[in-house]
Design a protein around this ligand. Structure first.
Ligand SMILES: NC(=O)c1ccc[n+]([C@@H]2O[C@H](COP(=O)([O-])OP(=O)(O)OC[C@H]3O[C@@H](n4cnc5c(N)ncnc54)[C@H](O)[C@@H]3O)[C@@H](O)[C@H]2O)c1
Ligand SMILES: [Zn+2]
Ligand SMILES: [Zn+2]
Length: 345
């Protein structure tokens, strides 16, 4: 089968022929139809310090995908051949304290598809049956391929009650834009989104932001004044990984404000702990998706809300056949895009 492989340590990826993976008794084999590129794939492509420390080659990369089930292991009884499915990309151990308590997203032994084991930028991928999420048969596979980052956005946006609250979202990458749509859907009052890229701010406006500001030109304080906000934001969703964004967010939170942090920074950075303490802020780190509460929430929102479906689709700005993966990577490297999808069908 075709697969996008990191064959040896160093930059680049190769589209090459590899043997098809075969499912064990607990596994499901999926014919991949669409797959999404994300920052992790770019790190793997570029082979930065994190990638060099984390990855053992050869590795098939890719973890955001949707496809059709073609084979099911003997011990898997809730998935059938022919079903359209997405995959939870974090495989958990099942026996650590958190797993045994049912808090699988807090597993201490998580293994990442397309990072620690072969992934989904390929004609076929094999994952444990327990990681399969069965989709409605009429779901567009490219929306199904968004469930991993849509899940990051959902997990973060639903971390704190947001109905009626004033919400600031820092970073209008694909996940920030999806979080904007979710926050609107759930019923926040004002939603302010920040970025430093106007292309991305346009996507956030389309997804329902009241104000989408370029923080290199407009401050969050100015945005608050425009909206007539006197006190500060109740909820912050950090989706940029940029220290400057975090510090401006913390400086505009109301007393008792709550912040969910998804964006991953490159390095350590300073935050104003005096402000966190005197404003009694709550800061919560977010990783991955809750298994599988986040997945139920995503499916329910899509099932009941046409604006949500539209907003989700609007995040996809580019589509490439798998053979043109170099163009796809060049597109996400440029940053002038939302989600970029590879077509493996
Ligand atoms: N914790 C997790 O499980 C998890 C999972 C997936 C992604 N992530 C992280 O979440 C973040 C969002 O993911 P994404 O795929 O949308 O990433 P992305 O890199 O496409 O988006 C980040 C956005 O932040 C913007 N930005 C940069 N500096 C900024 C600033 N000073 N103020 C405001 N915005 C600024 C960038 O222009 C970009 O549009 C990334 O940091 C990613 O690494 C975390
Ligand atoms: Zn991803
Ligand atoms: Zn575990």
């Amino acid at each position: 089968m075709r697969a996008l492989v990191k064959s040896r340590p160093g930059p680049g990826l190769e589209l090459t022929e590899v043997p098809e993976p075969e499912p064990g008794p607990h596994d499901v084999k999926i014919r991949v139809l669409r797959a999404g590129l994300c920052g992790t794939d770019l790190h793997l492509y570029e082979w930065d310090e994190w990638a060099a420390e984390t990855v053992r080659t050869p590795l098939v990369v890719g973890h955001e995908f949707c496809g059709t089930v073609v084979a099911v292991g003997a011990d898997v009884d809730h998935v059938e051949v022919g079903q359209l499915v997405s995959g939870e990309g974090h495989i958990v151990c099942g026996h650590c304290r958190n797993c045994r308590a049912g808090r699988r997203h807090l597993c201490i032994n998580t293994v990442g598809i397309g990072v620690n084991r072969d992934g989904a930028f390929a004609d076929h991928v094999v994952i444990p049956g327990s990681n399969v999420w069965v989709q409605p048969p009429d779901l567009d596979p490219e929306l199904g391929a968004l469930f991993d980052p849509f899940g990051n956005a959902t997990h973060t946006a639903l971390s704190f009650p947001i109905a009626g609250e004033d919400v600031v979202i820092t970073g209008a990458g694909p996940i920030g834009v999806m979080a904007t749509a979710i926050t609107r859907h759930v019923g926040a009052r004002f939603i302010v989104v920040t970025d430093v890229s106007d292309v991305r701010l346009d996507l956030a406006r389309a997804a329902g932001a009241d104000l989408a500001i370029n923080t290199s030109q407009t401050s969050l304080r100015e945005a608050m004044a425009t909206l007539g906000m006197k006190e500060g934001f109740d909820i912050g969703l950090e989706m940029s990984g940029a220290p400057a964004a975090v510090s401006e967010m913390l400086a505009t939170m109301n007393h008792g404000g709550r912040v969910a942090m998804l964006g991953l920074p490159h390095d350590d950075y300073v935050i104003d702990w005096g402000r966190v303490i005197t404003h009694m802020l709550t800061i919560k780190g977010i990783y991955g998706r809750e298994m599988f509460d986040t997945w139920y929430a995503m499916s329910s929102m899509l099932q009941t809300s046409a604006p949500m479906r539209e907003a989700l689709r609007s995040v996809i700005t580019h589509r490439f056949p798998a053979e043109r993966f170099e163009d796809a990577f060049a597109t996400i490297r440029s940053g002038r895009c939302g989600k970029v999808i590879l077509d493996w069908s």
